[in-house]
Design a protein. Structure first.
Length: 232
């Protein structure tokens, strides 16, 4: 803990400075805690949990949660940047350029993958492309790939959406395309197989025996009757 004046550590006497606002023991302890923390992927956290964690990773001069020392060019700690990327991928925070020289889609590629049957995420990704400083270079690269006959499937590149067949979908057709994707998903769902009703043993009908056929009288019987009549 700092001394009452806040100029040095009350335990080891380390004198604080702008570049070194923590004593060596605290630095080692914070480094160990940081290595143990966040073994779970941030995708497992709810949005509210991420926002609460983001509020803890802040401070003046250094992060009060992980001890990261800020610089004039880096004003957030690595954990806070990871949280921001996860929130941006959920469209719960404004898109921002994470690193110089990289586009807004850097580290958030799943957002620019066309999936599901909702058009809102596609519109947000297209809007983010319109604000990206690398839009011009991405457009040039996309035009080159298309000119070479390459098919772009299920992706949003340079603010343009391509379907699973490689066709470009205009923004005004996003809703119609989402409806078609939803209809395909419903058709692909397997229908439960209907089982034939079980028949009780008592319901099984016993095959009826064949009717008794009339047996014609034998010739011997007719001759016997004639013989009795002749004797009489």
């Amino acid at each position: 803990m700092p001394n009452p004046e806040g100029t040095a550590c009350s335990s080891c006497g380390f004198t604080y400075s702008t570049d070194r606002p923590l004593c060596l023991s605290v630095v080692e302890a914070l480094r160990a805690l940081t290595e143990r923390a966040h073994t779970r992927s941030f995708s497992d956290y709810s949005t509210n949990q991420l926002r609460a964690l983001e509020r803890e990773h802040c401070g003046t001069g250094r992060c009060r949660r992980c001890g990261f020392v800020y610089t004039p060019t880096v004003r957030v700690c690595p954990t806070s940047r990871r949280i921001a990327i996860e929130l941006e991928s959920r469209f719960k925070a404004p898109m921002s350029e994470v690193r110089a020289g990289q586009g807004l889609c850097s580290g958030k590629g799943q957002v620019w993958t066309v999936s599901g049957n909702k058009s809102a995420p596609w519109r947000q990704a297209v809007a983010a492309c319109g604000q990206c400083p690398l839009l011009t270079s991405c457009t040039t690269e996309l035009d080159r790939r298309l000119a070479n006959g390459e098919k772009i499937r299920d992706q949003i590149l340079a603010g343009r959406l391509f379907s699973g067949k490689g066709d470009e979908i205009a923004p005004e057709m996003f809703d119609a395309y989402a409806d078609r994707c939803g209809a395909k998903t419903k058709r692909r769902k397997p229908r439960p197989k209907s089982r034939p009703p079980r028949r009780a043993a008592t319901d099984q009908s016993i095959p009826a025996s064949s009717p008794v056929q009339d047996v014609p009288a034998s010739p011997a019987g007719g001759q016997l009757a004639l013989f009795k009549g002749a004797v009489a």
